[in-house]
Design a binder for this molecule. Structure first.
Ligand code: GRF
Length: 210
């Protein structure tokens, strides 16, 4: 299925659990006209008081909350899928969404779910990736935007941005500088995927030629 369409915008469904700086960066790109043909259809959180959710509400975007307590992952994700479908979402963007997705969710949006991870995958998957990278002593760090598959931080890589680790860095300053790269990387990746001008060859995201 092609995402790019001349008749209507590519509609994003953003899932977040926390401060939402990646969501805000995407919203800023859209407001500044730097993501033409892309709009945010809905912002969803599993945390009612998430700062990113409140910011989305303040900016007048449709929002929804699905708290997972007391529900199975399958029940919870079925609600999410329905909400995303109701808002006619084409592309799901995980932006600090701190919950594993069920296989049914992933299957409902095949190669239509993006995630951003604060390391150069496949290195340092999982939690506190920046700290892991710093403690490992790598000299180059960065972030990855990838499609979501049924394994953690594993799907096809759309793009990465790298930065040097400085002598003066600690884990916190490194994380801050990676975050600044994330705020560019996510919108660049959305532009690429929304443009539809690519193919997936095995694990490789390849720009289509001609
Ligand atoms: C980011 O570092 C992102 O890479 C990771 O979770 C963090 C979310 O930050 N998946 P924010 O809520 O977008 O500010």
């Amino acid at each position: 299925m092609e995402l790019a369409s001349k008749v209507r915008a590519v509609r994003l469904g953003i899932l977040l659990s926390g401060r939402g700086s990646n969501f805000k960066a995407i919203a800023r790109f859209i407001a500044e006209g730097r993501l033409p043909g892309v709009e945010i259809a809905v912002v969803i959180s599993n945390v009612a008081e998430a700062a990113g959710l409140l910011a989305a509400r303040d900016s007048g975007l449709p929002t929804a909350v699905f708290v997972s307590k007391g529900r199975t992952r399958a029940e919870h994700d079925a609600d999410l899928i329905q909400c995303l479908q109701t808002h006619r979402v084409d592309l799901v963007c995980l932006a600090g969404y701190m919950r594993l997705l069920s296989p049914d969710f992933v299957a409902a949006f095949p190669n239509r779910i993006l995630n951003i991870h604060p390391s150069l995958l496949p290195a340092f998957s999982g939690l506190e990736a920046q700290q892991q990278a710093f403690e490992h002593g790598v000299k180059i760090a960065g972030c990855t935007v990838h499609f979501v598959d049924d394994q953690l931080d594993h799907g096809v890589i759309v793009l990465q941005r790298a930065i040097p680790v400085l002598e003066s860095d600690d884990a916190h300053s490194l994380a801050e500088r990676i975050l600044a790269e994330e705020h560019i990387a996510y919108s660049e990746a959305i532009a690429r995927v929304a443009g539809g001008d690519y193919e997936i060859h095995g694990r490789r995201y390849v720009k289509r030629v001609g």
